[in-house]
Design a protein around this ligand. Sequence first.
Ligand SMILES: Cc1ncc(COP(=O)(O)O)c(C=O)c1O
Length: 453
Amino acid sequence: MTPHVEPDPQAGAAVKAADRAHVFHSWSAQGLIDPLAVAGAEGSYFWDYDGNRYLDFTSGLVYTNIGYQHPKVVAAIQEQAGKLATFAPAFAVDVRSEAARLIAERTPGDLDKIFFTNGGAEAVENAVRMARLHTGRTKLLSAYRSYHGATSTAINLTGDPRRWASDTASAGVVHFWAPFLYRSPFYATTEAEESARALQHLEDTIAFEGPATIAAIILETVPGTAGIMTPPPGYLAGVREICDKYGIVFILDEVMAGFGRTGKWFASEHFDVVPDLMTFAKGVNSGYVPLGGVAINAEIAATFDKRPYPGGLTYSGHPLACAAAVATLRVMEDEKVVEHAAHIGENVLGPGLRELAERHPSVGEVRGTGVFWALDLVKNKETREPLVPYNAAGEANAPMAAFGAAAKKNGLWPFINMNRTHAVPACNVSEAEAKEGLAALDAALAVADEHTA
Ligand SMILES: Cc1ncc(COP(=O)(O)O)c(C=O)c1O
């Protein structure tokens, strides 16, 4: 696939200049960034104004699950814009009803009521509000090595360093260690040990915090940004049991892992676990229009049958976003996108990444499923010392920066977080594209290898 537009560096320079003058970017020291001016995107690729094309192994921020500019979804948004571009949330609107129905049809168990938000963080905020009102308790438990969003409660729930600047230490959040065998907080050497010890640690934390003070436990089903750590067998079922034992609401955050990314509609299907509340966003409509939400089980929904739910959003269930969701879910069904993601994981990315790990001293561990993979880069395979220290910046982060630059030079836009690169292309990435990505990673890992010892 080639860019449809001729290179136009002058236009790119104008876009960049206006951006630098007026756009205030997320998570950045504004004076130190140099955002790439993007001229267009299609499928798994995007390109700049200078004629450089990149294979997107990030899916944006892990959300373009059906790639860029899918014609059927673009057409559905255009059609909806011509028919009813917007309507207030208190009304029943055809496309909103249909989006809710299609989502509820796919969510597990009795998670059959959908509260729509504009994105993931708002979904988390509302799931927490529901859990607190349902239980009459306030405290929340969440994992270190997690990301739940950047609004006030969501960022406090988050376990990565992005929390620190916004940590009010008063949001009623207690963090615990979830399982991660490769860097086991429990000195475990097998998955069974890791699972059992992580569950014991969680139950001990609950005992010392006071079970009757805890409204909810929130976990990403498979933690995403924090490193794609698929939980060991039995862990999530164990958390479910603990929640039932103490009357704690179990929230699974599927904002990143949901809608095909792990090779199932929802990651929870891999573990046969049904939470009380499930948050979603991103892949629900491939991010073509902002949309997120909470899928609510029958018991919690009933709490708000006669009592008003004290939360709402002007754009809850926005018709354009819902039209994009309806079209995306139909495309995923018709084109067997979820099955395809599973196939790419099993037959292309999984074996390909493991083969890279065998050849490159910088790859400590490969983990993942579907189109949701992490390479844990290390200085030394034996010691597992990360290639760069936790939360490294500047010179300390130079090895990862060099890896990233090498990937881009080879036409791959990589996802990088701390000492990891994630291979998270669109769920409908072709076999050829996935192999092209593996080849570019191979070249970039040669640069990372130079920093091993
Ligand atoms: C698991 C998870 N939860 C919540 C969020 C927050 O979503 P948003 O950025 O749409 O607010 C993210 C974003 O990456 C996420 O990965």
